[in-house]
Design a binder for this molecule. Structure first.
Ligand code: ADP
Ligand code: MG
Length: 249
């Protein structure tokens, strides 16, 4: 069953047609990668899923409900979370303080866990934050300033901040961009662990083919705002259209 249905999305920026008639169907509990050369429209597409951009035409529905016309925080409350291309964390706060922000938002939002209401609230929030940090192997860094973390750890913290909200759909925009190989491999492992232990669908935009082929169940290749091919990874490797899009052959 598909959890995200994208139908005939188009988006124009002035004279530039960034997306034209994009159709994508993402099956529940899968990892769906969107790849394509720089400027293909990948981030624009993701922005349409989270309410940061409104497409000119088409529809986007999540779990049967339209997301178009909703504000980013409302879409977030529907169960869609996004990891940005540049980590969006509070550099001057500590790791645990960063974690508290989505924890409070989550508790006070529509997903409030009534079962915990008898527990003193602050304590529960701290426990929730610490448990999540432990899940991403960041607990020992809880009191460090987020600004002082390595790129990989910043990404890890940002992912924890998303996951603590228990999203059903996690959108990742180039999660390994600018990372050294060791951090990239750690991120792949983290995403594999997340996938194994949680009921979660992921849409991942990624340049690094090693990451894409390690994680994706299906791949859509986007070029100049249009999907060229969609298939399982085995059939994408060496596909003539993909080589053409990347290498101009
Ligand atoms: P990708 O993420 O695949 O590299 P983007 O979605 O960022 O590509 O961009 C697709 C095209 O749209 C690019 O040519 C980019 O310059 C253009 N673009 C993206 N956002 C805007 C914007 N806010 N205003 C004008 N042009 C934009
Ligand atoms: Mg991009």
């Amino acid at each position: 069953m598909s959890i995200l249905e994208v139908r005939d999305i188009s988006k124009r920026f002035g004279g530039l047609q960034a997306l034209s008639d994009v159709n994508i169907s993402v099956a529940e509990n899968t990892v769906h990668a969107i790849i394509g050369p720089n400027g293909a429209g990948k981030s624009t597409l993701l922005n349409c899923f989270v309410g940061k951009l409104i497409p000119d035409t088409g529809s986007v529905s999540f779990d049967g409900q339209s997301v178009l016309g909703r504000k980013p925080h409302q879409i977030n409350q529907m169960g869609i979370s996004r990891v940005f291309q540049t980590p969006e964390i509070f550099a001057d706060l500590t790791v645990i303080e960063n974690m508290m922000v989505p924890c409070f938002a989550h508790r006070d939002g529509p997903f409030r866990l009534h079962a915990f209401e008898s527990v003193p609230k602050e304590r529960h929030i701290t426990e929730m934050a610490e448990a999540m940090l432990d899940d991403v192997s960041m607990l020992e860094k809880r009191d460090l300033h987020a600004g002082s973390l390595s790129r990989g750890d910043k990404r890890r913290l940002e992912m924890a901040m998303c996951l603590v909200q228990e999203p059903r759909l996690l959108l990742l925009d180039e999660p390994t961009a600018g990372m050294a190989r060791a951090d990239t491999n750690n991120t792949i492992q983290l995403l594999k662990d997340i996938r194994r232990t949680r009921n979660l669908t992921m849409v991942i935009i990624e340049h690094d083919m090693h990451v894409v082929f390690s994680l994706a169940d299906r791949i859509t290749v986007l070029a100049q705002g249009t999907p060229l091919v969609e298939d399982v990874p085995e059939n994408i490797k060496g596909h003539p259209k993909v080589r053409e899009a990347y290498l101009g052959e």
